[in-house]
Design a protein around this ligand. Structure first.
Ligand code: ATP
Ligand code: MG
Length: 256
Protein backbone atom coordinates (compact mmCIF):
# COMPACT_ATOMS: atom_id res chain seq x y z
CA UNK A 1 0.00 0.00 0.00
CA UNK A 2 1.04 3.54 -0.74
CA UNK A 3 -0.78 6.02 1.50
CA UNK A 4 -0.61 9.75 0.77
CA UNK A 5 -1.32 11.93 3.79
CA UNK A 6 -2.82 15.03 2.22
CA UNK A 7 -4.80 18.16 2.97
CA UNK A 8 -3.82 21.51 1.47
CA UNK A 9 -4.73 23.23 4.71
CA UNK A 10 -1.63 23.97 6.77
CA UNK A 11 -0.98 22.65 10.26
CA UNK A 12 -3.74 20.03 10.39
CA UNK A 13 -1.53 17.15 11.53
CA UNK A 14 -0.31 15.68 8.22
CA UNK A 15 3.30 15.34 9.30
CA UNK A 16 2.49 14.12 12.82
CA UNK A 17 0.24 11.49 11.25
CA UNK A 18 2.74 10.49 8.53
CA UNK A 19 5.57 10.12 11.06
CA UNK A 20 3.65 8.18 13.68
CA UNK A 21 1.60 6.04 11.31
CA UNK A 22 4.78 5.07 9.45
CA UNK A 23 6.50 4.26 12.76
CA UNK A 24 3.53 2.20 13.95
CA UNK A 25 3.41 0.20 10.71
CA UNK A 26 7.17 -0.40 10.94
CA UNK A 27 6.92 -1.48 14.58
CA UNK A 28 4.17 -3.89 13.51
CA UNK A 29 6.88 -5.58 11.42
CA UNK A 30 6.14 -4.04 8.03
CA UNK A 31 9.06 -2.77 6.01
CA UNK A 32 8.03 0.86 5.64
CA UNK A 33 9.27 3.84 3.63
CA UNK A 34 8.27 7.37 4.65
CA UNK A 35 8.56 9.75 1.70
CA UNK A 36 8.82 13.43 2.55
CA UNK A 37 7.33 15.60 -0.19
CA UNK A 38 7.19 18.80 1.84
CA UNK A 39 9.97 21.41 1.31
CA UNK A 40 9.63 22.22 5.05
CA UNK A 41 11.13 18.73 5.60
CA UNK A 42 9.37 18.30 8.94
CA UNK A 43 8.98 14.54 8.71
CA UNK A 44 12.63 14.14 7.65
CA UNK A 45 13.74 16.23 10.64
CA UNK A 46 11.61 14.03 12.91
CA UNK A 47 14.03 11.14 12.26
CA UNK A 48 17.21 12.47 10.62
CA UNK A 49 19.87 15.10 11.03
CA UNK A 50 19.43 17.09 7.80
CA UNK A 51 23.14 17.93 7.67
CA UNK A 52 23.69 14.27 6.75
CA UNK A 53 21.32 14.55 3.79
CA UNK A 54 23.00 15.34 0.46
CA UNK A 55 20.30 14.22 -1.95
CA UNK A 56 16.60 14.51 -1.38
CA UNK A 57 13.25 13.89 -3.00
CA UNK A 58 14.00 17.02 -5.04
CA UNK A 59 16.80 15.11 -6.82
CA UNK A 60 14.88 11.84 -7.07
CA UNK A 61 11.84 13.49 -8.67
CA UNK A 62 13.52 16.33 -10.53
CA UNK A 63 16.46 14.42 -12.01
CA UNK A 64 15.72 11.37 -14.15
CA UNK A 65 19.21 9.97 -13.47
CA UNK A 66 18.85 10.03 -9.65
CA UNK A 67 17.11 6.95 -8.23
CA UNK A 68 14.81 7.01 -5.24
CA UNK A 69 16.83 4.17 -3.70
CA UNK A 70 19.96 6.34 -3.69
CA UNK A 71 18.42 9.00 -1.42
CA UNK A 72 16.80 6.67 1.14
CA UNK A 73 18.15 6.77 4.70
CA UNK A 74 17.82 4.30 7.52
CA UNK A 75 16.20 5.52 10.75
CA UNK A 76 16.62 4.34 14.34
CA UNK A 77 13.17 2.74 14.14
CA UNK A 78 13.45 -0.91 13.05
CA UNK A 79 11.89 -1.48 9.59
CA UNK A 80 11.56 2.25 8.89
CA UNK A 81 13.36 4.16 6.13
CA UNK A 82 12.98 7.78 5.05
CA UNK A 83 13.27 9.45 1.65
CA UNK A 84 14.09 12.91 2.96
CA UNK A 85 13.09 16.33 1.65
CA UNK A 86 15.09 19.53 1.53
CA UNK A 87 14.05 23.12 1.01
CA UNK A 88 15.18 22.80 -2.64
CA UNK A 89 11.95 20.88 -3.20
CA UNK A 90 10.18 24.24 -3.31
CA UNK A 91 11.86 24.81 -6.71
CA UNK A 92 10.61 21.54 -8.20
CA UNK A 93 7.48 22.98 -9.75
CA UNK A 94 9.43 25.55 -11.79
CA UNK A 95 12.06 22.96 -12.68
CA UNK A 96 9.44 20.66 -14.20
CA UNK A 97 7.56 23.31 -16.16
CA UNK A 98 6.92 21.97 -19.65
CA UNK A 99 7.89 18.37 -18.78
CA UNK A 100 5.06 16.17 -20.03
CA UNK A 101 5.63 13.54 -17.35
CA UNK A 102 5.76 16.07 -14.48
CA UNK A 103 2.82 14.48 -12.61
CA UNK A 104 4.14 10.94 -13.04
CA UNK A 105 7.68 11.39 -11.76
CA UNK A 106 7.13 9.89 -8.30
CA UNK A 107 5.03 7.02 -9.64
CA UNK A 108 7.79 6.12 -12.13
CA UNK A 109 10.50 6.30 -9.46
CA UNK A 110 8.45 4.06 -7.17
CA UNK A 111 8.02 1.57 -10.02
CA UNK A 112 11.84 1.41 -10.30
CA UNK A 113 12.03 0.60 -6.57
CA UNK A 114 9.83 -2.45 -7.16
CA UNK A 115 8.47 -4.23 -4.11
CA UNK A 116 11.41 -3.35 -1.86
CA UNK A 117 9.14 -1.38 0.52
CA UNK A 118 5.67 -2.98 0.68
CA UNK A 119 4.36 -0.15 2.85
CA UNK A 120 4.85 3.48 1.84
CA UNK A 121 3.60 6.61 3.58
CA UNK A 122 3.88 9.98 1.80
CA UNK A 123 3.83 13.28 3.72
CA UNK A 124 2.43 16.00 1.44
CA UNK A 125 2.94 19.77 1.63
CA UNK A 126 0.08 22.18 2.47
CA UNK A 127 -0.79 22.90 -1.17
CA UNK A 128 -2.60 21.22 -4.05
CA UNK A 129 0.29 21.74 -6.46
CA UNK A 130 2.59 19.43 -8.38
CA UNK A 131 3.99 17.65 -5.31
CA UNK A 132 0.63 16.65 -3.88
CA UNK A 133 -0.57 15.61 -7.34
CA UNK A 134 2.57 13.45 -7.75
CA UNK A 135 1.66 11.78 -4.44
CA UNK A 136 -1.97 11.21 -5.48
CA UNK A 137 -0.95 9.79 -8.84
CA UNK A 138 1.48 7.35 -7.17
CA UNK A 139 -0.71 6.39 -4.20
CA UNK A 140 -3.12 3.51 -3.71
CA UNK A 141 -4.85 5.39 -0.88
CA UNK A 142 -5.24 8.88 0.52
CA UNK A 143 -5.67 9.63 4.20
CA UNK A 144 -7.07 13.10 4.97
CA UNK A 145 -6.29 14.55 8.39
CA UNK A 146 -8.79 17.21 9.48
CA UNK A 147 -8.05 19.37 12.49
CA UNK A 148 -10.80 19.55 15.04
CA UNK A 149 -11.32 23.31 14.76
CA UNK A 150 -14.00 25.78 13.75
CA UNK A 151 -12.72 26.00 10.16
CA UNK A 152 -12.16 22.25 9.91
CA UNK A 153 -13.98 21.65 6.65
CA UNK A 154 -12.78 24.75 4.86
CA UNK A 155 -11.01 23.73 1.65
CA UNK A 156 -12.04 20.07 1.67
CA UNK A 157 -14.19 20.69 -1.46
CA UNK A 158 -11.08 21.67 -3.42
CA UNK A 159 -9.24 18.61 -2.12
CA UNK A 160 -12.09 16.28 -3.11
CA UNK A 161 -12.20 17.93 -6.54
CA UNK A 162 -8.48 17.28 -7.03
CA UNK A 163 -8.94 13.64 -5.94
CA UNK A 164 -11.75 13.28 -8.50
CA UNK A 165 -9.57 14.75 -11.26
CA UNK A 166 -6.74 12.36 -10.44
CA UNK A 167 -9.20 9.46 -10.41
CA UNK A 168 -10.62 10.44 -13.77
CA UNK A 169 -7.38 9.83 -15.60
CA UNK A 170 -4.01 9.06 -14.11
CA UNK A 171 -5.11 6.99 -11.12
CA UNK A 172 -8.67 5.55 -11.30
CA UNK A 173 -8.06 3.13 -8.44
CA UNK A 174 -7.07 5.80 -5.88
CA UNK A 175 -9.20 5.27 -2.77
CA UNK A 176 -9.98 7.55 0.14
CA UNK A 177 -8.77 5.37 2.98
CA UNK A 178 -10.30 7.65 5.55
CA UNK A 179 -10.68 11.02 7.18
CA UNK A 180 -8.83 11.44 10.46
CA UNK A 181 -9.90 13.92 13.11
CA UNK A 182 -6.79 15.36 14.76
CA UNK A 183 -6.01 17.60 17.74
CA UNK A 184 -9.38 16.77 19.26
CA UNK A 185 -10.27 18.09 22.70
CA UNK A 186 -12.94 15.76 24.07
CA UNK A 187 -13.85 18.18 26.86
CA UNK A 188 -15.30 20.95 24.69
CA UNK A 189 -18.78 21.13 23.21
CA UNK A 190 -17.32 22.84 20.13
CA UNK A 191 -15.06 19.84 19.44
CA UNK A 192 -18.05 17.51 19.73
CA UNK A 193 -20.02 19.69 17.28
CA UNK A 194 -17.13 19.70 14.84
CA UNK A 195 -16.81 15.92 15.05
CA UNK A 196 -20.52 15.55 14.25
CA UNK A 197 -20.20 18.01 11.38
CA UNK A 198 -17.24 16.07 9.89
CA UNK A 199 -19.19 12.83 10.32
CA UNK A 200 -22.21 14.30 8.52
CA UNK A 201 -20.04 15.20 5.53
CA UNK A 202 -17.81 12.11 5.34
CA UNK A 203 -19.95 9.42 6.99
CA UNK A 204 -18.27 6.05 7.33
CA UNK A 205 -15.08 7.43 5.79
CA UNK A 206 -14.26 8.99 9.17
CA UNK A 207 -11.90 6.78 11.17
CA UNK A 208 -13.25 5.57 14.49
CA UNK A 209 -9.90 6.53 15.92
CA UNK A 210 -9.70 10.20 16.83
CA UNK A 211 -6.34 11.78 17.65
CA UNK A 212 -6.61 13.73 20.88
CA UNK A 213 -4.65 16.89 21.54
CA UNK A 214 -1.40 15.87 23.16
CA UNK A 215 1.64 17.88 24.16
CA UNK A 216 3.73 14.71 23.84
CA UNK A 217 2.95 14.56 20.12
CA UNK A 218 4.24 18.10 19.75
CA UNK A 219 7.42 17.36 21.67
CA UNK A 220 8.56 14.07 20.16
CA UNK A 221 10.02 15.40 16.83
CA UNK A 222 12.50 17.56 18.75
CA UNK A 223 13.97 14.35 20.19
CA UNK A 224 14.02 12.63 16.77
CA UNK A 225 11.67 9.97 18.04
CA UNK A 226 8.23 8.71 17.18
CA UNK A 227 5.61 8.85 19.92
CA UNK A 228 6.08 5.10 20.53
CA UNK A 229 9.54 5.44 22.05
CA UNK A 230 9.26 9.04 23.24
CA UNK A 231 6.07 8.60 25.29
CA UNK A 232 4.78 5.04 24.91
CA UNK A 233 2.14 5.51 27.63
CA UNK A 234 0.73 8.75 26.24
CA UNK A 235 -2.66 9.15 24.57
CA UNK A 236 -0.79 10.01 21.37
CA UNK A 237 0.84 6.56 21.30
CA UNK A 238 -2.48 4.82 21.98
CA UNK A 239 -4.30 6.89 19.36
CA UNK A 240 -1.73 6.38 16.59
CA UNK A 241 -1.41 2.67 17.36
CA UNK A 242 -5.19 2.38 17.08
CA UNK A 243 -5.12 4.33 13.78
CA UNK A 244 -2.51 1.90 12.46
CA UNK A 245 -4.78 -1.06 13.30
CA UNK A 246 -7.72 0.62 11.57
CA UNK A 247 -5.60 1.44 8.50
CA UNK A 248 -4.49 -2.19 8.18
CA UNK A 249 -8.07 -3.41 8.66
CA UNK A 250 -9.43 -1.06 6.00
CA UNK A 251 -6.70 -1.85 3.46
CA UNK A 252 -7.07 -5.60 3.97
CA UNK A 253 -10.89 -5.54 3.93
CA UNK A 254 -10.84 -3.94 0.48
CA UNK A 255 -8.28 -6.24 -1.08
CA UNK A 256 -9.50 -9.60 0.20
P1 ATP B 1 1.99 21.68 7.45
O1 ATP B 1 0.77 21.93 6.66
O2 ATP B 1 2.71 22.92 7.82
O3 ATP B 1 2.88 20.65 6.83
P2 ATP B 1 0.91 19.60 9.07
O4 ATP B 1 -0.44 19.45 8.49
O5 ATP B 1 1.96 18.65 8.65
O6 ATP B 1 1.46 21.09 8.84
P3 ATP B 1 1.74 19.05 11.76
O7 ATP B 1 3.08 19.64 11.51
O8 ATP B 1 1.65 17.59 11.92
O9 ATP B 1 0.72 19.55 10.64
O10 ATP B 1 1.06 19.70 13.03
C1 ATP B 1 0.99 21.13 13.19
C2 ATP B 1 1.37 21.48 14.62
O11 ATP B 1 0.44 20.89 15.52
C3 ATP B 1 2.73 20.94 15.02
O12 ATP B 1 3.33 21.83 15.91
C4 ATP B 1 2.40 19.64 15.72
O13 ATP B 1 3.38 19.27 16.69
C5 ATP B 1 1.09 19.97 16.39
N1 ATP B 1 0.23 18.78 16.54
C6 ATP B 1 -0.08 17.87 15.60
N2 ATP B 1 -0.91 16.93 16.10
C7 ATP B 1 -1.13 17.27 17.40
C8 ATP B 1 -1.92 16.71 18.46
N3 ATP B 1 -2.67 15.62 18.29
N4 ATP B 1 -1.90 17.36 19.66
C9 ATP B 1 -1.18 18.48 19.83
N5 ATP B 1 -0.43 19.05 18.89
C10 ATP B 1 -0.40 18.47 17.68
MG1 MG C 1 3.67 18.94 7.49
Amino acid sequence: MIVAIANQKGGVGKTTTAVNLAAALALRGRKTLLIDLDPQANSSISFLDLTTVQKSTYDAIGDTTCSLESIIKETTVPNLWVAPARIALAKLESRLVGELDAHFRLKDKLAELGSEYPTIVIDCPPALGLLTVNALVAATHILIPIQSSYFALEGTDDLLETIEKVRLRPNPTLRILGVLITMHDRRTALARDIREQIQRVFGSKVFKTVIAKSVRLEESPAYKESIFTFAPDSSGATDYYSLCEEVIERVEARTS
